[in-house]
Design a protein around this ligand. Structure first.
Ligand SMILES: [Mn+2]
Length: 356
């Protein structure tokens, strides 16, 4: 979407969705273009992947997920007609793709130097500076929409993308909130490869910067360093991890998934932010994501937990979907899964606030 996007009358957009008409060319999320002023929930797209360490492509995540959302059927089995509150993807800050291109080139030099056991100090400073600009852009946008009474979600981009949104919510949500974090990784690295705002460092940064985040509950983690595991342990009651191995063992030894997911939800405080790294799922759902790891949740398990959260009486205050990348050969599977999960996240938030 661009600033030149032709917005539709809200009633016309709803009528199109109700009738299931094929979307017009260039349509936005779900196949319509709802004006942000008419929307209750706005989505910030962030096409950013400068510090991607392994497979690339997550900067295309917002575009391919929004395009794939045109295929969705609007009647969600769990959350009904969530679209009726008005959901729209905002136009992206045009500086982000430019910063992404330049910072990614510099980051490649840093990674190469790292592999050769040398340094590329000025390139590293440049990448960290660009990352900060992206965080500030997301933060400013989120603050602005929250001030207008909108609910805000985010579509990444790599997993560093949502830091500005989490900061904005930390300053906005009375009493703070906990984070329900789906991922294959803790993302607790302290400046991974020197990148202060690495995708692998997002929750190190969040937990050391925002005391308003009173808790992090991680689900599906199965690849980590010793330092990260220790960081989790050192969080004490402020952190909790449902490792992938433990989730499987509990099921293998006879516990129902209903009981496991109720346990996950029970650890969360009243206000909850959901951060969903697509690699928390089994890689068969996201084969093109940057750092796939065997194991992980099924799509149905993830949705089950989101439904349990939405009906628990807790309030979901925001979310991100990160690390969705398209296949290099143009296969749309990753984006199809991402679009469905994104609409589930919208429904989870809206249902938790009794808006759908
Ligand atoms: Mn992650």
């Amino acid at each position: 979407m661009t600033d030149a996007t032709k917005y539709m009358k809200f009633e016309d957009a709803m009528a199109e969705l109700e009738q299931g008409l094929p979307p017009a060319e260039g349509a936005g999320f779900l196949g319509v273009n709802v004006h942000p002023n008419d929307a209750k929930l706005v989505l910030i797209p962030v096409s950013w992947e400068a510090t991607t360490s392994y497979g690339g492509g997550t900067s295309k995540g917002p575009d391919v997920v929004i395009a794939a959302s045109h295929q969705l059927d609007m009647e969600d089995a769990a959350f009904g007609k969530a679209f009726r509150v008005g959901i729209t993807a905002l136009a992206e800050d045009a500086t982000i793709p430019k910063l992404n291109k330049r910072a990614k080139e510099a980051a490649q030099k840093v990674i190469l130097a790292c592999e050769q056991r040398t340094e590329a100090a000025s390139d590293l400073r440049y990448v960290n500076d660009c990352s900060l600009q992206v965080n500030e852009s997301v933060y400013t946008s989120a603050k602005q929409w929250l001030a207008k009474g909108k609910l805000v979600g985010l579509v990444g981009g790599d997993h560093s993308s949502p830091q500005g949104l989490i900061q904005a919510l930390a300053e906005t949500v009375p009493g703070g909130f906990g984070i329900l974090h789906f991922d294959a990784h803790h993302d607790f690295r302290n400046a991974y490869e020197g990148f202060k705002y690495s995708h692998a460092s997002i929750f190190y940064n969040v937990m050391t910067s925002y005391p308003q985040v009173t808790k992090i509950t991680q689900v599906g983690i199965r690849d980590y360093s010793r330092d990260e595991r220790e960081f989790m342990q050192n969080l004490g009651p402020r952190g909790e991890c449902f490792y992938g191995r433990d989730l499987f063992r509990r099921k293998a030894e006879g516990e129902t998934f209903k009981s496991v997911s109720a346990d996950i939800v029970a650890r969360l405080p009243q206000n909850v932010y959901v951060s969903f790294d697509i690699d928390g799922l089994d890689p068969s759902y996201c084969p093109s994501t940057g750092t796939p790891v065997p194991g992980g949740l099924s799509y149905e398990e993830a949705c089950y937990i989101l439904e349990a959260l939405a009906s628990s009486g807790r309030r979901v205050v925001g979310f991100d979907l990160s690390e969705v990348a398209p296949a290099e050969d143009g296969n749309e599977w990753d984006a199809n899964v991402g679009a469905r999960l994104l609409y589930k996240l919208c429904g989870c938030l809206l249902r938790s606030q009794k808006l759908c």
